[in-house]
Write a protein that binds this ligand. Structure first.
Ligand code: FMN
Length: 362
């Protein structure tokens, strides 16, 4: 990454951003930062670390997101993440789920800035890779227009920066800890990009080197383009997962300072991506067969690829084939993997009309 280059990142998402998802995204963009799902410190320290942490070398720049609130455990887990080859460690201070609150971590940590600072410092002392924190604007009924509630968020960001975090990502809405499900917590509390922007300016008066990323509700590349100058980077969750073709524009966007944000899928681009998916699936088959006694199941990969032709004619048929157990279960060899994806691609309009090009400007 060049100095001063903005960051585009795919957000950490439980049950979604596993190693296969990240490897698929890496086919679409070389520069994006890719996050793991949140992993609890206990699962890393006491669980099957290979299962939790293993990833493909092609995934770099890859960030391990930790859930926890005990400085010693976080330091241990961060150390293990560094040993495993992760490029950065991120601490989750934004998850509002009740399960996570019971473990006293996630968004409820925003109420304990001193403890979070201790956690960041412990991790920072344990590793030499960067530490970052992902958090919300505030908690519950707080009103970010009110000076005290604004200061709450700013104090939190200053505390983690002082402790050694080199990046914070603001999910630009409050977390409501009681009464809203995690899903509702990603939709109902209002988004306040204006407040996130002010927080960046105020934070960087004291910590000029700490990068501030915006997250929440960014649905397409044009929205990122619109806010380009106001943040050091952008983290995209649901849109990146459900319409992954948007990632095709990201390397160009970074190179052109957000100016060039359109992308297109034509036959040639599709074939290149498909070859990448086939190659990755075949290498996973090889690795899996060598290491595991379980049955290989290609759906572990296909489930992340369903949205790739979103907007193209034939996308529904593609999705149907890629999620049809009867078609996927028998795929067990390199040749069958190739045949499976080639066959599914035939349903796309890209291949039925030679001159057909889809240009997305969002
Ligand atoms: C299915 C799902 C799982 C998520 N899991 C995590 C997680 O493990 N860690 C985290 O910090 N945020 C998690 N999030 C929140 C996202 O990282 C992101 O902050 C949120 O979706 C808002 O961004 P978006 O509007 O671009 O999706 C999750 C979101 C979704 C949809």
């Amino acid at each position: 990454m060049e100095i001063g280059e903005k960051i585009l990142a795919v957000a950490p998402m439980m049950d979604l951003t596993d190693r296969h998802c990240r490897s698929f995204h890496r086919i679409l963009t070389k520069k994006a930062h890719l996050y793991s799902e949140m992993i609890n410190t206990g699962a890393i320290i006491y669980g099957d670390a290979h299962r939790q942490l293993d990833f493909d070398h092609d995934e770099h720049y890859v960030i391990l997101q930790l859930g926890g609130s005990d400085p010693t455990d976080l330091a241990k887990a961060a150390k293990r993440g560094e040993e495993w080859g992760y490029d950065q460690i991120d601490l989750n201070c934004g998850c509002p789920s009740e399960r996570v609150q019971k473990g006293s971590f996630g968004a409820c940590l925003m109420a304990e800035p001193n403890l979070v600072a201790e956690c960041v410092k412990a991790m920072k002392d344990a590793v030499s890779i960067p530490i970052s924190v992902k958090h919300r604007l505030g908690l519950n009924e707080m009103n970010p227009d009110h000076p005290l509630d604004y200061q709450f968020a700013l104090d939190f960001m200053c505390a983690v920066s002082q402790a050694g975090a080199s990046q914070v990502t603001i999910h630009a809405r409050n977390a409501v800890l009681k009464g809203l499900s995690p899903k509702e917590n990603r939709m109902i509390p209002p988004l306040r990009y204006d407040i996130a922007k002010r927080l960046r300016v105020d934070l960087q008066k004291h910590f000029s080197k700490v990068k501030v990323l915006l997250n929440g509700g960014l649905e397409n590349n044009q929205m990122i383009h619109n806010h380009w100058d106001d943040f050091d980077g952008f983290m995209i969750g649901r849109a990146a997962y459900h319409t992954p073709a948007m990632l095709l524009a990201w390397d160009r966007m970074i190179e052109t300072q957000g100016q060039d944000y359109g992308y297109f899928l034509n036959e040639q681009t599709w074939i290149e991506i498909q070859e990448g998916i086939i190659r990755y699936s075949q290498s996973w088959l090889k690795q899996f067969s060598a290491e595991s006694s379980e049955h290989f199941y290609l759906a572990a990969i296909t489930r992340h690829v369903l949205g790739l032709p979103h907007g193209l004619g034939g996308a529904r048929l593609w999705r149907q084939q890629l999620s049809d157990h009867r078609l996927i279960a028998p795929v067990k060899t390199h040749q069958q993997i190739e045949q499976f994806f080639t066959q599914a691609s035939r349903s796309l309009r890209i291949f039925s009309d030679e001159n057909f090009v889809t240009q997305y400007d969002d």
